[in-house]
Design a protein around this ligand. Structure first.
Ligand code: ADP
Ligand code: MG
Length: 357
């Protein structure tokens, strides 16, 4: 297992990158701690696979270095890096049995057959394929083949890191949960450094100790699920995480007051002069309907989603969402939305401004 350091890393698929826009991966410095479970989260095209493939060595970065512990592996072959990588779509040997597919990485490293048999059985149990070990991979469903790919990724205990690139895409929804649980269990048991790529926030938040959020070729925040929820460092994190995401309202901020569409809103912290596009961000969980305080709104719709209700309101043509718990009343005349000042974040050009207490 290893600590993985990205030093001044950047990548462009172009041979003559001129501006930052030409980089699929913008300059990045980051240390992946040894033995931690990370999720790499972001929407399609933001550079997740590019980053993963650079770590595994499938791709040479156009700039910077990669270190495994203190060793520079920037120019080392994939095999030399001793990494297991599982891709979005199955990579299996069709003519081999499920058993031989699972055994392949172990035999490749010269492990003795008794160990191979024992480990293959363990893995088969984890992916629920004990009954299929003697079948040829050819003819199996994409779902089953992907489980083999996952199993092969997990079979070796002596890898430096385990990289998963949206591995559950083709897996049946009810099996997804089961496999994710198995991956977590594997992590607890062996403490591999794991990087799990996904565009699904639920998957990221349930799997990882730390979530690395990417947006447009950049890492915008690295944090625990709680940090991402309470203090999104970028407006993208605010609205990408959460359901619905954070409310964002253009504002003018002076000291500890914000002015939004002619209304005053008290903030929990004080701010100096801000430049660029200024917005306040507040999670629907920290907003509430009121009769007499807050922004005057028109309520468009109330959705009952079981545990709570989502109120879709309109304030001067902007949607504001409010989450009301079961014990909160939502009645006629409640046509204002109030915010908990301590939970309001202030953003300038997309980035959170910390402010002072
Ligand atoms: P993600 O995995 O987050 O969906 P990728 O890392 O695959 O994103 O892609 C990031 C950006 O790089 C995208 O704009 C994509 O079109 C571009 N890209 C990915 N692979 C290549 C390639 N082989 N050649 C040129 N551009 C690529
Ligand atoms: Mg990808």
């Amino acid at each position: 297992m290893a600590r993985i350091t990205l030093d001044n890393l950047a990548h462009s698929y172009r041979s003559d990158p001129a501006s930052e826009d030409d980089y699929a991966l913008k300059e990045l410095n980051h240390v992946w701690e040894d033995g931690a479970a990370y999720a790499l989260l972001g929407s399609s095209g933001c550079g997740k696979s590019t980053l993963l493939n650079i770590i595994s060595g499938l791709l040479q970065p156009s700039q910077g270095r990669i270190l495994f512990d203190d060793r520079d592996v920037t120019h080392a072959e994939t095999a030399e890096r001793n990494i297991a990588q599982v891709f979005q779509f199955p990579v299996v040997y069709d003519t081999m049995t499920v058993r031989d597919n699972l055994a392949f990485p172990l035999r490749n490293r010269g492990r003795d057959e008794a160990y191979v048999a024992e480990r293959v059985n363990e893995i088969a149990r984890m992916i629920g394929m004990e009954e299929m070990l003697d079948r040829k991979a050819r003819g199996l469903t994409a779902d089953a083949k992907q489980k083999i790919s996952l199993g092969r990724g997990m079979v070796r205990k002596d890898v430096n890191a385990l990289l998963f690139d949206e591995p559950l895409t083709v897996i049946d929804p009810h099996m997804k949960w089961e496999l994710r649980t198995q991956l977590k269990k594997l992590h607890h048991e062996f403490g591999h450094t794991m990087i799990y790529v996904t565009h699904d926030q639920t998957e990221a938040l349930t799997f990882a100790d730390k979530v690395v959020v990417m947006y447009d070729g950049r890492v915008v925040q690295i944090g625990t699920p709680e940090e991402l929820f309470e203090t999104p460092e970028h407006t993208f994190v605010g609205y990408f995480i959460g359901s619905p995401g954070m409310n964002l309202l253009p504002a003018e901020v002076e000291g500890s007051m914000a002015r939004v569409g002619g209304q005053q809103i008290g903030l929990g912290r004080g701010y100096g002069p801000l430049s660029g596009k200024v917005e306040i961000g507040i999670r629907p969980e920290h907003a509430r309907l009121s009769r007499d305080e807050g922004l005057p709104v028109t309520i468009r719709r109330i959705e009952d989603v079981g545990r709570h209700r989502i109120i879709r309101a309109d304030f001067g043509g902007r949607e504001i969402n409010v989450i009301a718990g079961e014990d909160e009343s939502v009645g006629p005349g409640m046509s204002r939305v109030a915010f908990d000042p301590a939970r309001i974040n202030v953003y300038a050009d997309g980035w959170r401004v910390p402010g002072t207490a």
